[in-house]
Design a protein. Structure first.
Length: 272
């Protein structure tokens, strides 16, 4: 028995079924979707959080694995102050006590000033060893900000009272010249509690240094912007000039001048 086939609309015809079943008189679904207007329904918004909204918190798993591999003590290293136009780059190295890790450790950029200050005291009171080091603006100008940051981390690790067997560095590079094995962790301050602790110590110490600079150089507002390329800071530089041994004269705004150079340095602030 043959089933009649009739066209749906010009240019669209049904295709007989190979199984022998009567074809859909209205045509196949795929033809219908091309030949007839589609009916769409509004999707209900999901209550589940989106993947990109999930915030990772640092933990102690990397350090725990290193301990199991016989690499203990483990130090976390991080720096603060890569992007500013003025002031030193400051690094810290921290060996946490696995039995007494402060609650709330996180990337210093995700914490408020008060949270950083409170955690700074907890870290100093609970860690097995803490060390800090800095490279001045002159030292940065004599090399470059990357080399200066890595050297500051190396010095901080060397200053620990407890010699580590493994040093975890935030970023893509391992500081050269470490006295122990080193590993670089991208977004390490959001993955390792030891690095997070170091980021907090470095940030708090540098902010305190810049507040001190603000007391000596009142026109610049260092205690407010910490040396970053804010409008207030740029305006003060234009009015009073750079401060010797405090401003990084190798940075683009001083070398090239103009708004484009300032925007370049502002983009570096995100590396802090």
């Amino acid at each position: 028995m043959k089933y009649p086939v009739r066209p749906l609309s010009p240019g669209c015809e049904t295709v007989p079924s190979r199984s022998g079943a009567p074809p859909d008189p209205e045509g196949l679904a795929e033809n219908r979707s091309r030949c007839e207007p589609r009916r769409t329904m509004a999707r209900a918004r999901s209550d589940s959080p989106l993947l990109f909204e999930m915030v990772e918190k640092p933990d102690f798993s990397i350090e725990t694995k290193a301990m199991a591999d016989g690499l203990w003590p483990v130090a976390g290293m991080d720096e603060a102050g890569r992007g500013p136009l003025a002031g030193p780059v400051v690094a810290a190295a921290v060996v946490l006590n696995p039995a007494n890790i402060p609650e709330g450790l996180d990337d210093s950029k995700r914490l408020t000033h008060l949270q950083r200050e409170a955690l700074f005291l907890k870290i100093l009171g609970s860690a097995l060893s803490v060390s800090m080091a800095s490279i001045s603006a002159e030292g940065i100008d004599n090399s470059n900000i990357l080399k200066a940051s890595l050297e500051a981390m190396r010095r901080a690790a060397a200053g620990l009272s407890l010699q580590p067997k493994l040093a975890l560095a935030d970023g893509r590079d391992v500081p050269p010249g470490l006295a122990c094995e080193g590993r670089a962790l991208i977004k390490g301050d959001q993955r390792s509690q030891s690095i997070a602790a170091a980021s907090i110590v470095a940030k708090v110490m540098r902010d305190r240094m810049m507040c001190g600079c603000g007391g000596h150089h009142e026109h610049y507002g260092f205690e407010v912007h910490m040396g970053y390329a804010t409008v207030r800071h740029r305006t003060a530089i234009e009015a009073h000039g750079p401060v010797a041994r405090l401003h990084r004269t190798s940075f683009a705004p001083f070398r090239l001048g103009g708004a484009e150079a300032v925007e370049e340095e502002e983009s570096l602030a995100g590396l802090e």
